[in-house]
Design a protein around this ligand. Structure first.
Ligand code: EPU
Length: 418
């Protein structure tokens, strides 16, 4: 657990980690070329450990040195993702597109639901079926198979991040052109396109509503010499909110201002002072923060669902009533009941949270049930009176690299106890 003594004002400078949600599909993409790919700024987090284990199991030779990863997929010869590893990380479903591209088949276990909702994969399957993939299911596994992966014109019913990535990955080695409409526009999709194009793929349109992938042959693909993952916009947002709740003053390096703008806009509206220049963001608070009449989570460039829980913690401490609507995931409010244990006044009605700011939060024993809920509890604890014990460190370590060291460097009192 993390033990946090609240009340310290955060001050100082930290560097933001590389993006988790870029690294995962990019590591999956490294299966496609059957060559050696050198990737920098891969965060040292649990989800990447799991992805590394899966790739090794499939036959990849991997060298990991701090944040550098060299993935040689020349010896990958297996297309079955082992169930126990797939269960540890839902997003390993993104391997399906890459395995279908390289081998024309894949066996993955059904990802099932998770703490933040049922999370179906129907859009992945529908898109891949249009490309000529046949699916069968049994004993909790999905068997995907195709004699010839072919380009198709696919319209996503919802701009799903994972479905966009899976179909892009499958399109790289498909015969003909794949057009994907109503795609996710997240910066991580652009990062995946950039990585694949470095490999020799022909993809255009990431960051807009439509992506076009011109299929090529594996022999056309080359090794990726040196690719650096983009900064993690959610980790950046998490540290900014942590600073805001303590009335702190911090500088973040390794951030892309445009990627965090949806978060900055809301923090500014609350009264935070923010300056951005040359990949550095400065945030300080010099007056009481204001509540938000309306905060809705939306696909990018809307306010990210992954920042909903941290913002709920912050809004709990701000005078006035805030309304927060979660539109992306069905069941992403489990942190509310833990925040209530710390004295927060939050009521939930369907996908809407009504948060009445309280004078102070108080330390308590709380449990993180998912990654971003864990971040929210740490943030609340930083401002709470007394000591908070946050259980569920394993969820937090899935996505945040050295969070306790970073917060300690900013002046927080946080220790991890086993
Ligand atoms: N959805 C469907 N059918 C599908 C796919 C998605 O109904 O076939 C629904 C989901 O159930 C959900 C919504 O669409 O309600 C959005 O899902 P999406 O596919 O966009 O999300 P994802 O690919 O599963 C990624 C991130 C999440 C992030 C979401 C939304 C990765 C590895 N994960 O998930 O990150 O919240 O996009 O931005 O990229 C996190 O980092 O903590 C995290 C959960």
């Amino acid at each position: 657990m993390y033990i946090i003594r609240g009340g310290e004002t955060l001050y100082g400078k930290i560097r933001v980690q590389g993006s988790k949600n870029s690294s995962l599909p990019i590591l999956a993409a490294s299966i496609l070329n059957g060559r050696k790919n050198t990737i920098r700024d891969v965060p040292k987090i649990k989800d990447i450990d799991v992805m590394t284990e899966i790739l090794s199991y499939l036959g990849a030779d991997i060298v990991r040195d701090n944040n550098l990863m060299v993935v040689d997929s020349g010896n990958v010869n297996c297309s079955d993702v082992p169930e126990h590893l797939m269960r540890e990380m839902r997003s390993s479903i993104v391997l399906m597109g890459a395995l279908l591209g390289r081998f024309g088949k894949a066996k993955v276990s059904y990802p099932g639901g998770c703490e933040i909702g049922p999370r179906p994969i129907d859009l992945h399957l529908k898109g891949l079926a249009q490309m000529g993939v046949e699916f069968s299911e049994g004993h909790g596994f999905i068997y995907a198979k195709t004699d010839k992966l072919r380009g198709a014109d696919i319209h996503l019913d919802f701009p799903s991040v994972g479905a966009t990535e899976n179909i892009m990955l499958a399109g790289v080695l498909a015969q003909g052109t794949t057009i994907i409409r109503n795609v996710a526009k997240e910066p991580e999709i652009v990062d995946l396109q950039n990585f694949l194009n470095r490999m020799g793929a022909k993809i255009k349109g990431a960051g807009t509503d439509t992506i076009k992938v011109e299929g090529c042959k594996i022999d056309d693909l080359k090794q990726v010499e040196d690719y650096t993952i983009i900064p993690d916009r959610i980790a950046a947002g998490t540290y900014l909110v942590a600073a805001a709740i303590t009335n702190g003053h911090i500088w973040l390096t390794n951030v892309i201002g445009e990627h965090v703008e949806p978060i900055l806009a809301k923090l500014r509206e609350m009264g935070c002072m923010i300056n951005c220049s040359n990949n550095v963001i400065e945030l300080y608070v010099d007056k009481p923060l204001k509540s938000l009449d309306s905060l809705r989570t939306l696909p990018y460039p809307g306010f990210p669902t992954d920042m909903q829980a941290p913002m709920m913690a912050l809004l709990s401490t701000v005078e006035g009533t805030s309304i927060l609507v979660e539109t992306v995931f069905e069941n992403r409010f489990k942190h509310a009941q833990e925040l209530r244990r710390m004295g927060a006044n939050i009521s939930i009605n369907g996908n809407t949270a009504i948060i009445k700011g309280v004078d102070k939060l108080t330390g308590a024993m709380v449990e993180a049930k998912d990654l971003r809920a864990g971040a929210a509890l740490i943030i609340a604890a930083l401002a709470a009176e007394g000591e908070t014990h946050v259980e569920g460190v394993c969820h937090i370590e899935r996505g945040y690299e050295n969070i306790e060291d970073n917060l300690t460097a900013l002046g927080a009192e946080i220790v991890k106890k086993y």
